[in-house]
Ligand binder design. Structure first.
Ligand code: NDP
Length: 448
């Protein structure tokens, strides 16, 4: 796994021992560390300063109880988390996830990834992540608000526009961001717009933030395809999930001439060979907050498969945009057998190590999450800039900045992969480029 580097091997083993049961965190650390042997051969000082050990230990881990009341007056108890991972490049920055599967291991894997992703954006932001095992599905607006208020009551003391700036993730969209910000404002008596990103446009949000992760993913993939004399034009595309990332990836793919033939949610898959209408998906998921199977009521050419596996559908390009480890080694083999040419990770760590290996061995173009889904956090940083200047940019200008950032990230990953002897391996390129930036800053800032 670590190219025979025994020091790396023993650091990894120590991480596993010190963080028992946190399998997603182990996976994320293993994936980054396996890219580092050529870097450490060139930079032995990173060992001397124990940079890797320091990077694998979060700066701070906050765990708290959240008690909230439902519409019937019953009390519920959830667990809240914020892991402030590393602030060598700027204030902690990273989203909040509300989903029953959230526990410390998930938050740490996401926070660890965020450190390198944020470095790749070229913006001055450190890495963090947070969330709760609260499930917003089936809750009323009032219940979601009650939960968000209680969550922020505990968390607000650790936040600040120069300290730690949360945003959305699974289960946390503009509605939740609104409730969280409202409570922060009430507790601090400050309209500190830059303390949270993903806000509504009319009170400090940025144009393109809603679209940013999905659009950014497609800009990144478009640049990669162009580099290989290909494009989205006439390509069949499958996109897992039907949340924020999936919807706007689908919208941009369609704008670039591709055809989205399948999308999903955690219950099932919709398939339409003639192309999925993104506006219908938006209405069902964003406005009505219903299940994806509703789609077939509006489009008779579409079919719905309860419990279906989207990766069994023949496609040219696959964009996993739902959750971690959703493409297994088996799924990867099916996609390859069916002729897939490119994978773009919209979700965080959506491909298992076996899946990544299968894609690499088959020479499939592979856009890793750290790089390909960095558009969301990059645009969050653009939102912070606008907030700090009390400025509002246009959609066109913000979108242009996002596109430039994504093209830049692609070039950085590609050139770094080339420089470190793994041309075309963007996973390695992303890990190395992100690591170098953070590691160098850590040395420059001394032993803290
Ligand atoms: P949303 O909550 O908006 O949507 C998530 C989608 O994925 C839903 O369709 C959901 O279905 C599906 N999903 C979630 N968990 C599972 C599961 N265990 N199995 C199957 N389907 C599942 O989240 P986002 O779109 O914001 O996030 C999606 C991914 O993108 C996550 O990995 C997130 O970390 C990553 N990401 C998001 C960014 C952002 O800006 N939003 C930025 C960078 C990365 P259902 O409704 O049925 O649960």
């Amino acid at each position: 796994m670590f190219g025979g580097d025994e020091k790396l091997e023993s650091i990894y083993r120590e991480v596993v021992n010190r963080n028992p049961g946190e399998t997603e965190f182990h996976q994320a650390v293993g994936e980054v560390l396996s890219s580092l042997p050529p870097v450490l051969a060139k930079h032995p000082e990173f060992y001397e300063y124990k940079i890797i050990e320091r990077l694998c230990e979060p700066d701070r881990q906050i765990i708290f109880r959240v008690v909230w009341e439902d519409d019937k007056g019953r009390l519920h108890i959830n667990r809240g988390f914020r892991v402030q991972f590393n602030n060598a490049l700027g204030p902690y920055k990273g989203g909040l996830r509300f989903h029953p599967s959230v526990y410390l291991g998930v938050v740490k894997f996401l926070g660890f990834e965020q450190v390198f992703k944020n470095a790749l954006t070229g913006m001055p932001i450190g890495g963090a992540k947070g969330g709760s095992d609260f499930d917003p599905h089936g809750k009323s607006d009032r219940e979601v608000m009650n939960f968000c208020r209680r969550f922020m009551t505990e968390l607000h003391q650790y936040l600040g526009e120069e300290i730690d700036i949360p945003a959305g993730d699974i289960g946390v969209g503009q509605r939740e961001i609104g409730y969280l910000f409202g409570q922060y404002k009430r507790l601090t008596h400050r309209f500190e717009a830059g303390v949270i990103t993903g806000k509504k446009l009319n009170w400090g949000g940025s144009q393109v933030r809603t679209e940013a992760t999905g659009y950014g993913l497609v800009y990144f993939m478009d640049e990669m395809l162009r580099d290989h004399k290909k494009s989205f034009d006439d390509m069949k595309v499958t996109i897992s999930g039907s949340g924020n990332v999936a919807i706007y990836a689908a919208e941009k793919v369609t704008q670039l001439g591709g055809k989205v033939i399948a999308m999903s949610d955690s219950n099932g898959v919709i398939y339409d060979e003639s192309g999925i209408d993104v506006e219908t998906v938006k209405r069902i998921k964003e406005v009505e907050r219903k299940r994806i199977k509703e789609y077939t009521k509006f489009h008779e050419t579409a079919a719905y498969y309860e419990g279906g596996n989207i990766w069994e559908i023949k496609t040219d390009i696959a964009l996993p945009c739902a959750t971690e480890n959703e493409i297994t080694g088996r799924d990867a083999k099916i996609l390859i057998k069916n002729g897939v040419i490119a994978i773009g990770e919209g979700a965080n760590m959506p491909t298992t190590p076996e899946g990544i290996k299968a894609f690499m061995d088959a020479g499939i173009l592979f856009g890793p999450a750290k790089a390909a889904n960095a558009g969301g956090v990059a645009t969050s940083a653009l939102e912070m800039i606008q907030n700090s200047r009390h400025d509002v940019w246009t959609f066109e200008y913000t979108d242009k900045r996002l596109k430039e950032i994504m093209e830049n990230i692609y070039r950085t990953c590609s050139e770094t992969a080339e420089e470190y002897g793994v041309p075309g391996n963007l996973s390695r390129g992303a890990n190395i480029a992100g690591f170098l930036k953070v590691a160098t800053a850590m040395i420059e800032q001394g032993i803290v």
